[in-house]
Design a protein around this ligand. Structure first.
Ligand code: APR
Length: 278
């Protein structure tokens, strides 16, 4: 770990008036939710051409419903079982020290579960059902509801129930409508960003004087432009990731670095031993 970067990050946190914490899948990895592009990531196991667009999902569902059930099970179950880790909790703690806005690409709702109050989910939320015709969220699930849906999917994916039984059971657990207007409030490839989250995200990035970029590969736009956008407006940027590529890189896991960084910033003294952060 680079000592200078550590001290720069601690001092920037102390000085900040408004911090944006911009997060990706990496912050939830320690809660048991796979990332997308790491070795064991989703897109390694499920090709995005088939699974990252609504048309791809529908086309695959018509030909290989079992495979789509397996994919959805792999998305839903880890989120249903997840709880916030030390990284999410540290971000929620930060609010007690400085004005903090969370801009997340994650759909797992773990920042809110950790206690963060100003969260903008720019890729939507798996815990929400949207009525696409009214562009309105019509239902918000608890994690337990997702666990029930995951169990039903598992029964079908393991050939315990038929496709007909799966659809009949899911009708009870999920407010589908036959015209396909009701669906998970998710932004897939080619979709417009979630609103008002995206408008709010750009507003807080415009206003912040420090952006912490945590656990994102920066592979997906327009979200990936936010750190440069903040830097372009004169904000300091710190990047936290095991393989950081952005400004003021701090290499390591979010669940280890964030608690120590926030502890050092708002504790007594800046540690000169950045290895305490790994
Ligand atoms: N702590 C911090 N970062 C981590 C950790 C960890 N414990 N584990 C992995 N990472 C890092 C990886 O090194 C990588 O840089 O998290 C990043 C995850 O990158 P991606 O899998 O590409 O996820 P993300 O950047 O969130 O993807 C962006 O792409 O597939 C779409 O819509 C999806 O929101 C997603 C978007």
């Amino acid at each position: 770990m680079n000592t200078d970067n550590w001290i720069t990050a601690v001092l920037a946190l102390r000085k900040a008036k408004h911090v944006v914490v911009f997060t990706g899948a990496g912050i939830s990895a320690e809660s048991g939710i796979p990332t997308f592009r790491d070795a064991d990531g989703f897109w390694q196991r499920f090709p995005p051409e088939q699974f990252a667009t609504w048309t791809g999902l529908l086309r695959t569902a018509l030909t290989r419903p079992q495979l789509v059930a397996e994919f959805v099970l792999n998305v839903v179950e880890p989120i249903a079982k997840a709880s916030p880790n030390a990284g999410h909790l540290a971000v929620a703690e930060l609010e007690k020290h400085v004005k903090t806005s969370v801009v997340t690409q994650n759909i797992d709702g773990l920042h809110q579960s950790a206690g963060s109050t100003d969260v903008h989910e720019i890729h939507g939320s798996l815990l929400e059902v949207v009525d696409t015709s009214a562009a309105q969220v019509i239902r918000r699930f608890e994690r337990n509801d997702l666990a029930q849906i995951a169990e039903t999917l598992r029964q079908y994916a393991t050939h315990q129930i038929s496709l007909f039984s799966l659809l009949r059971q899911l009708r009870k657990e999920y407010p589908f409508d036959w015209l396909g207007r009701h669906r998970p409030n998710l932004v897939l490839f080619g979709d417009a960003m979630a609103e008002p989250a995206w408008t709010e995200a750009r507003r807080v990035v415009d206003q912040c004087d420090l952006l912490l970029s945590v656990g994102t590969s920066g592979a997906v736009y327009p979200a990936a432009m936010l750190p440069d956008w903040a830097a372009g407006r004169g904000a300091a940027v710190v990047t936290i990731d095991p393989h950081p590529t952005g400004d003021c890189p701090l290499a390591g896991n979010a669940g280890t670095i964030l608690p120590r960084l926030i502890g050092d910033a708002f504790g007594t003294a800046v540690t000169s031993n950045p290895d305490a952060g790994t």
